[in-house]
Design a protein around this ligand. Sequence first.
Ligand SMILES: *Cc1c(COP(=O)(O)O)cnc(C)c1O
Length: 450
Amino acid sequence: MPAPQAVPAALPQERRLVTAIPGPKSRELMARKSAAVADGVGTVMPVFAARAGGGVIEDVDGNSLIDFGSGIAVTSVGSSAEAVVRRAAAQLADFTHTCFMVTPYEGYVAVCEELARLTPGGHAKKSALFNSGAEAVENAVKIARVATGRQAVVVFDHGYHGRTNLTMALTAKNMPYKQGFGPFAPEVYRMPLAYPYRWPTGPERCAEEAAAQVTDLIDKQVGAGNVAAIVIEPVLGEGGFIVPAPGFLPRIAAYARAHGIVFVADEIQSGFCRTGRWFACEHEGVVPDLVTTAKGIAGGLPLAAVTGRAELMDAAHTGGLGGTYGGNPVACAAALGAIETMRELDLNARARRIEEVVRDRLGALREACPAIGDLRGRGAMMAVELVRPGTKEPDPRAAAALAASCHAQGLVVLTCGTYGNVLRFLPPLVIGEDLLREGLDILGGALARQ
Ligand SMILES: *Cc1c(COP(=O)(O)O)cnc(C)c1O
């Protein structure tokens, strides 16, 4: 079998601007989009993709953009990794679908075996596959409820878990995710998060104080015995790339264990090498009862999973879990190709190297730029939080202006955060170091002009 190649030879790994951004063909397509696609479906950049791979996205006008977004943390192996394309294409030619619940196929089982090997903990594990992250989170809650016979679900400030009815209820941020879309699912309780930069008494005591508040609130307001699951992102994604203060996750996991609560790590954004480990929980030695995955799992094809303790996963009656497309064979083949690529190219090491380069460059910028309130993240999941200089007041306008300036120069960056004031950097883990540095230079220039 040929070694997987992350970067297609036919796609030059360079930034190249041949028109204004967006170019004329993208403008034409945007006009068609406006007429045919619901306005509720927004785009970060009005630029239409033609090809993508490695660290670049080539648009329909022939511009080549540096990708610091990975399609929202999805294409960690690039958008056209050789092993993903080869395995998915072979599967596509064999069959596209039978429905695993009708006549099963090996790829689904092989993905579940990989998930059992790769997720934290040496216990017996099983998995079930779905189509999207939100669907995985919904199913984790179903499993926790049926296994415990309890109903309440505990989530956190700044958390993001999806856009379906239950996951909107689990998600913290109103605009744009929830506004006007209620009523939301009941029995969801939101707790304070150990957010070091914004913790009132400072970062030192943040983990301890936040954990004490959480356990006290659960005891007093919910009753630990009523809680089916605690659902948390080990590094928060849409809520602002917040790394909970060290010690917070282990404390919450220990509390869950002591009270028979299912501890669910939502690793949909942070999993699969993104933070320099297979799963972000590993940074603190936390072993979750259930792990939800999606995004990076399948090199861009839609696939999601719930993986966890076999006795929990087996609590649902036969036929209680599933879905027509869940674990589609082409998506499973792509996942096996993505995992092969992650192993062979040691993408955990690549993510750690990306963190070094980003910290080095942005750390220096931070000294010179008082608008950068915080620089944080793990691995290739890094961000800067922008504030009004001399304060901690969030500055979403600065984030939007910086993003727009980067976009105009051919760098794809995304914003996030409860206050919309965080610029996040999620390059494909296979990006070349020269492109990474060029992207950071563009960002540095934009910050200097702020
Ligand atoms: C993106 C995301 C989801 C939702 O995944 P979809 O595939 O968009 O449904 C859930 N949780 C986290 C942490 C995410 O980043």
